[in-house]
Design a protein. Structure first.
Length: 190
């Protein structure tokens, strides 16, 4: 076991040696207390700075493809056919919590043919699959939760306890699909 130097005087010690040893012990204790406090303070500061950087999903932002050869380009209604699912970010906001699962649930290019939801699973926070499964549901690769995009992303299978939050959308001024308000509820695990 580690032994700290004793501050007790021994017969051979001079008064200067005793004083020096006590000062070293005091410095050692002060350093340990400081390091302990820092170990708690740093994670708290990191969380605080992250929450400051978080950008809200704002009405009017175009949805842009999150991945693939069109990554960063706006999603145009005519790009998708009924049954397609793609993932997109509000333009300029590519934080994980802002990822959107956009599904074409009907025919035509009217906004009513589309539904948008958070792409973060409400079970334990995995990202759902972009493509719908053969049943036409949004599925999660982690524990097989399934959500019905035609019914408000209601849970239709697996362990998730609540639907994916929905995101209001509209056709923007440039003809692309755009955000029309905040998510309907908290994102991911709650
Ligand atoms: S994280 Fe999606 S089903 Fe568990």
């Amino acid at each position: 076991m580690a032994q700290f130097p004793s501050t007790e005087p021994v017969e051979s010690d001079s008064p200067e040696e005793i004083t020096t040893r006590r000062r070293v012990m005091k410095d050692l204790i002060a350093f340990s207390v400081g390091a302990f406090a820092l170990a708690f303070a740093l994670p708290a500061l990191a969380i605080k700075s992250l929450s400051f950087e978080k950008k809200a999903v704002a009405a009017g932002d175009s949805l842009v493809y999150a991945t693939g050869e069109k990554s960063g380009q706006p999603v145009i209604p005519g790009d998708l056919k009924a049954g397609d699912g793609v993932q997109a970010f509000p333009n300029g906001n590519n934080q994980p919590d802002a990822l959107v699962e956009l599904v074409k649930i009907g025919d035509g290019d009217d906004i009513a043919a589309f539904a948008a939801y958070s792409a973060i699973c409400t079970h334990l926070g995995c990202t759902v699959n972009a493509k719908l499964n053969p049943e036409g549901h949004i599925s999660c690769p982690c524990h097989a939760s399934q959500f019905d995009p035609k019914d408000g992303a209601k849970v239709v299978g697996g362990p998730a306890g609540r639907p994916l939050p929905s995101l209001p959308i509209k056709i923007g001024d440039d003809g692309s699909i755009a955000v029309d308000g905040p998510f309907s509820g908290p994102i991911g695990v709650q």
